[in-house]
Design a protein around this ligand. Sequence first.
Ligand SMILES: [Ca+2]
Ligand SMILES: [Ca+2]
Length: 134
Amino acid sequence: MFSNDAYDWLLAESSCRAHDARLVEIESQEQYNYLVNSTLLIGADVDYWIGGRDDVTEGIWKWAFSNRNFSYIAWGPGEPNSYHHEHENCLVMADKYHWLWDDRRCSESHYFICERKYPESVIESIPLVPSIVG
Ligand SMILES: [Ca+2]
Ligand SMILES: [Ca+2]
């Protein structure tokens, strides 16, 4: 489910939860490829928040909802680089890297990708309009 609005990371996460979903957590190449194909279909030159962050312990990346460590990674070249004085603690699929991953400041506004929480293996690409944030 792709958002039609751009929010900061926390607002993106709460918007997903308001729709009984979460920011997407990527745990396999297959899942990642599916998302890349979906972003290609949408064809927007934007970055997308996904559910990873390292705000608790710098450098230890976890999926926010499940609290799992990353078992699959797809970092862009030179990332994560904590470019802004190590305050890049949230994860995007970055347009500039053809949707490989980049750590960014959580306060940036980006579009985002939600997935239904259950079953965890299912991702839907139905357009979502989270214009109301609970
Ligand atoms: Ca960081
Ligand atoms: Ca970065």
